[in-house]
Design a protein around this ligand. Sequence first.
Ligand SMILES: [Zn+2]
Ligand SMILES: [Zn+2]
Length: 344
Amino acid sequence: MRPDTPAENVDHSAEAARLERTAGLYPEDAEALLLRAAAHLELSGARPEATALYDRLLASGEGPGGGLDNPALVRALKASNLWEYGHEAEARAIIDGIRASAPRDPAPWVIVAEALESHDELEAAEATFTEAARLLIPSGQDTPPQPAHPLLFGRHRVRRMLGVPHDEWDTLADTLHTSPVSLDELHDPKRVWSLGSSNPAELEAEITRLRAELGTYREALSRPFPVAILHWPAAEFQELLEAYPALATEYPSYEEHLARTESALRELAASGTGNLGIVTGTVPSYEAFAASESASPSDATLLPQYATTLAARGRAVAWPPGRDSGCWCGSGRGYGECHGAPTA
Ligand SMILES: [Zn+2]
Ligand SMILES: [Zn+2]
């Protein structure tokens, strides 16, 4: 989420505008949509506008009966954004408030600790990661829940930079980290401090690697949609084709629809696309979407846009399911025995 993170050819201003518009259409999903819109505004450099969005969310949702799912996360993102454009005092005050309120979700802790880290406050960053780990990882637990992993990785990184020896949590971080580059190599202070070194290609690779690890959470936020493929349950599929026979060109049969859904996802996965998901269509919501686009539901080019909008609204289910979990197609069989079976 650093402003210099490669933008992957996204027009961030346009994406933010689209997400805000979608939030207007689906107020029940406004929090997820506006957080992503704000992430795009930050990436486009429009930091004051991002602050305005965070304030809008906070005004709508804090206090008793407030509607925000995660007010601490919104405040953490606001603080981090404020600090990036010179509002250090306000940012620090918000960060102190978040630490004092001890949220039970790792995400705001990670955002706050990374904000401190990126402004070279390594001791404060380490203290923040440690506070959060004490609060959220029961002592002696060697399999902390996945959402807590970034706490341990961030803490490991900052402690390597500080040159302190490994403790139990650092060792645990090493075992939880599964990428080809070990955490100790990734966080080697010699690498980090020797960035003024000789070989430009090496240097660049090093910076890219460091950036890839910093701000992962916020980078994920700025990738607004999982890449999602549209799936219709059998009854909806039948109703859709009865109402809009022109879509038969796109959907020759139900079995074919299911097979194509799985194969599209496998192809995307094989080409290295991460963050894949399946969204489930319903005829009424598809008709409402077509109306909002002033288009006819018979227009097959709307289908991918409908999928994208459902994904933006947070309706995607991650793909692939576990081998023993139920298949996404709703057959009731395990994924591994159904659409997840290896093809002959
Ligand atoms: Zn280590
Ligand atoms: Zn299946």
